[in-house]
Structure formats: C-alpha cells, structure tokens
Design a protein around this ligand. Structure first.
Ligand SMILES: [Zn+2]
Length: 233
C-alpha cells in the first residue's frame, strides 16, 4: 500500500479547466466518456493525476465513504434525458443531457408521476445520475479546483473517487435531484432540505427504491446532500 497522496502537482492541476472546457465544447467530456478516450486526450502530467485520483481511498482522508463497487464498462441501456427546464431567479434554464440506467429511469418516472399527482406544477428533475469512472474523475477535479483550492481531504467529503461514487455503479446509481425553482442552487445547495420535494422524498422515496445516502451528520463523514438519493432494489 502506498502512502496517501498529499497534493497534486499544482502546475498540472491548473491546466485542467481549459482542457475540460475544450473537451466539453467538442462533446467529448460527457457522463459516458470512457477512461481510454479521456486519457488519450490528456497530457502525460494530467494522465498521472487521473491515475492518482482513480486510486484515492477516502479512509486515508478521514472519511468512511463505503466502497461503491468494482468498476464496470459504461452500460448500453442508458436513457438519455434532455430538455429538462427550471426557472431560477426568473430566468428559464435548461439542463444538459443526463444519463439514467433503464431500470432506474423506470422507477424514477413512476416516482415522479406519484409526486406530480399531488404537486401538479412541480417536478423532480435529474441533475445527475450515471457517470462513467472517467467522468467522475473530471467531476472530482472540478470540485478540487473550483471549490477546494486543491485540498484533497475537503474535496473527498463531497466528491468521491470512482470506486466510492454512487454515480458510477449503474445497477444502483444515485440520482441528484433539482426542483423547478432551481433548488439546490450552487450558492445555497443546503436549502434543498426546506423544499416540498425533499419532504416528499423523505416520506415516499423508499416506496420507489430511492434512499437518502448522506443525511445531516451521517456516520460516514460525508457532507450532507439532501438531493442525492441512491437507487437500491
Ligand atoms: Zn450525487
């Protein structure tokens, strides 16, 4: 076992935002990108950081995130969800394409119908569901740089390496929800716990096999994420 990584090469870390922006613009950096495809488009230094993130263990940083599962190939039965709209501060916005494994999409549709039966003007939107291991590494890097100034211990309470992420194992992928008012917002994501969507999920999510993974003060030491519900059949 090697010693835990203390920090990544700062000069290389700084190059990721520009690379990722270009790969997103080209439609390459999407939730189904494979590790081979992504790494082939990175510099040697960037590839080394990707490899380091693949091997991070949350326990080395004081977080007991459960092992999510061995990595699998990108599944073939993903449902592409597009055109989801919400209104934030009076501005109409549309979410980008999301990918949901077919069996989870079916459960989600049934759950949303049940929710909307009592809340006809509202909806549970999918902000994120399946993410390939490579995409999860990109998500990790984005949080590492944009929110945590390269601090691995802080980032890992929020975004997990692929083997520990509930977004990378298709059979039991989690959905991150958003409501039609844009909550959780980037500025105050914790406010999602005050929404009717959260109250409804707490009461009924389990009927559709969706469970809150990271409640307030959870035993794992993960940041509270009231919008993150894992599908467990
Ligand atoms: Zn999540």
């Amino acid at each position: 076992m090697s010693d835990p990584v203390e920090s990544f090469e700062e000069s290389v870390l700084r190059t990721f935002p520009e690379t990722f922006e270009a790969l997103e613009a080209q439609g390459i950096l999407i939730p189904t990108v494979t590790l081979d495809r992504l790494k082939a488009l990175l510099s040697t230094g960037q590839q080394a950081i990707v490899d380091q993130i693949m091997n991070l263990r949350p326990q080395d940083y004081g977080v007991n995130t459960p092992y999510a599962g061995d990595l699998e190939p990108v599944p073939a039965d993903l449902v592409k969800v597009s055109g989801q709209q919400y209104t934030e501060h009076g501005v109409r916005k549309t979410l980008g394409e999301k990918y949901v494994p077919a069996h989870i999409f079916e459960a989600y549709v049934r759950m949303n119908e049940a929710f909307m039966a009592g809340h006809p003007k509202r909806k549970l939107l999918v902000v994120s569901c399946y993410r390939s291991p490579a995409y999860q590494v990109a998500v990790f890097i984005n949080w590492l740089i944009e929110a945590y100034h390269g601090d691995i211990a802080k980032t890992i309470r929020h975004a997990s390496p692929p083997n520990y992420s509930q977004h990378t194992i298709a059979s039991k992928a989690a959905i991150d929800f958003k409501n039609v008012d844009g909550s959780p917002s980037n500025e105050h994501p914790e406010d999602f716990k005050d929404t009717v969507e959260y109250a409804w999920l707490r009461r009924h999510g389990g009927e559709f096999s969706f469970y809150e993974s990271w409640p307030e003060d959870n035993e794992f030491g993960m940041r509270a994420e009231p919008w993150h519900w894992q599908y467990r059949s």
